[in-house]
Design a protein around this ligand. Sequence first.
Ligand SMILES: [Zn+2]
Length: 330
Amino acid sequence: MTSRPANHANPPGRPARPGPVRDLGGGLHEVDTLTAGMGSVTAGFLIEAPRPTLIECGPSLSVNAVIAALRKLGMDPGDLAYLVLTHIHLDHAGGAGDVAEAFPGATIVVSEVGARHLVEPERLNASSRRVYGPLMDTVYGDCTPIAEQRIRGVADREVLDLGGGRRLDLLYTPGHAKHHIAAFEPDLGALFVGDSVGVKLPGMTMIRPATPPPDFDLVLAHRTLKRYAALNPEVIYLAHYGAVDPPQESLAEAGERLQMWADVAEAAYLEHAELDHVADTLAQRFADEVAFTADDPETEGRVRLMIDPRSNAMGLLRYLSKREERPPAR
Ligand SMILES: [Zn+2]
């Protein structure tokens, strides 16, 4: 708060304008959440149907950009039927309480593993503050509580009926987090994967795995990627940011890069089991995944915000040390 220049009417995390909307065809719209006031950080996706559905809403501090974009698309307060959250990390779900308030008819759909944290978000907010630090006040903001009856906690293979013959198949897809789900729209072959495939922002040359603390799990992350491949999707939409193409090659790339990151982290960890060492090793080894370009001044800001190798190092270290505590598989 205090670091903000006095003449800056809107802090960077609170865009005043509606998030830009892109028509993806087939009644699907990409809604830019303008996270941190920047474009192409976190995508939301609106599916037109008798029961209109938004997938992801981004953090609380920028959610007004999403609400304004939905209004601009002609959605009245009673219109939104579902908000699907791929997981409860605040860069995806932080604005869910605000969306629930702006659209009183909407049901919030989330993994049954994470549902209770949206009813009582104190722990979620406190642990997010530990991870994000001062960015909680400038980029994310607290998640506000949502009434229990507004939330539908879902298990693997549940189906969301959007009406008019349109549906979303919901898959439990842990790895990135234990409360991660994906949504598959079978008519379009569109698979919405949140962070479970990784991150590829404009300016990045490769899909980078997202392996944050506290519950990243390498084995489950690989299993999730294999499951996506078996669905044979036509198109895969990352939350950060947008379509990756072609789908099968992208999934194969995501699996290879994930294993490379895990191998490099493990080798560094065995040399020296210290966070700084592992994070620095990863940052150096994978520096070529990002190519800053002068024609997009937001590239560097996006990358710094979303793909901090320190977060990957923390999650991988935690996974490696937890694995050591477990008895070996027989
Ligand atoms: Zn994310």
